[in-house]
Write a protein that binds this ligand. Sequence first.
Ligand code: SF4
Ligand code: SF4
Ligand code: SF4
Length: 372
Amino acid sequence: MTGAHFSLILLPTLACNADCEYCFENKSPQRLTLEQLTVLIEKVMDFLEEQHIGRLSLYWQGGEVMTLPPEWFEQADIIIRRSAEARKKEVVNYLQSNMIGYSGTWNRVIAEMFGNSVGSSMDFPNLHRRLTVGGPEEYEALWARNVREAREAGIRVSVIAIPNEKTLEIGAERFYSHFVDQLGISDFQINTPFPGGSANRVKDGYPLEAERLGRFLLDLATVWMERGFDKGVQLGPFDRLMKYFVHGCKDLLCIWQDNCVNGFVCVDPQGHVSPCDCWAASYPEFRYGNIFGSDSLYDILRLSDARQRLRERPELLIQREDCIDCSYLGICHGGCPVRAYTVTGDLNRKDPYCSVYKTLFEGMERIGACRT
Ligand code: SF4
Ligand code: SF4
Ligand code: SF4
């Protein structure tokens, strides 16, 4: 991996205080200790030095990060700052949390370590996000209360939403109003669900029906353009697609990168190194190695068969699928490998949301053309 920037998704725990029906994690009480974090960070810094990389983005995810105490993160911040300073590297930390365990005791570390910003998740209507002891209503009420308190404390909360059957039924207008007008969220993103991890009734319904999902997304893009675009509401992936089609700026989601395997590495609490959090806990066959069992992260990446298979995907995909004839190959590259693998069992197939993406690309290109 080369370049001036390295992205590491760090899962300090696979424990979670929720029990969402579409969760792809194989949850476990395993936690990273501060001693292990120290070792891990030093190995990552060695890697940055070897590769002449100056900047590290650390994406803290889980499980649920807030099942660890805020004091753990205060110590983690000290460890990382010391190491970064000694190696003359820049580190930026990003926090992803379900906010179920949030309280004011988190405010200091969120301000000092995470730039007063948290990424969270909520759906509308919420059917599948549940507490370990409580259903979707209890989850949503607790989430809304905690997000409100966090925002009152000055914390910026962005949201990732996963559409479901009911979302498609209620339509884009109500969906947009719920997040922007009712909850006051001005930065959110729509992700597509996939049947990762162990099977269940909810995941049997994935992928969502492409035509309805495509129509919903285009309607949502239209609502956003009419009501939010000029007011600075950020709504992904439409905002990034607009930037691409209007300004040629190729800062797209991971699912549309040339090959995400070159952009991300994930480490779980046991030190297993994987392509991203979607693979980490449920697909051990795609692990690259273990950071605590090797002297060099570079060697783990260089010698991994699983990583090599993922690197070869775009080329093999083109031989087997019709992507070569697609006008959007240059921004899609066949889509997300974990979505392809979990739906087809074959890494070298195109993303099962292909037709949704095409609808979206065509629609956003058209909308972008009206803006130029
Ligand atoms: S909050 Fe995340 S990790 Fe926890 S159950 Fe829900 S989807 Fe899974
Ligand atoms: S496997 Fe999919 S979700 Fe994971 S980084 Fe790649 S594109 Fe993103
Ligand atoms: S939109 Fe579909 S056909 Fe086009 S590159 Fe993406 S996966 Fe391939």
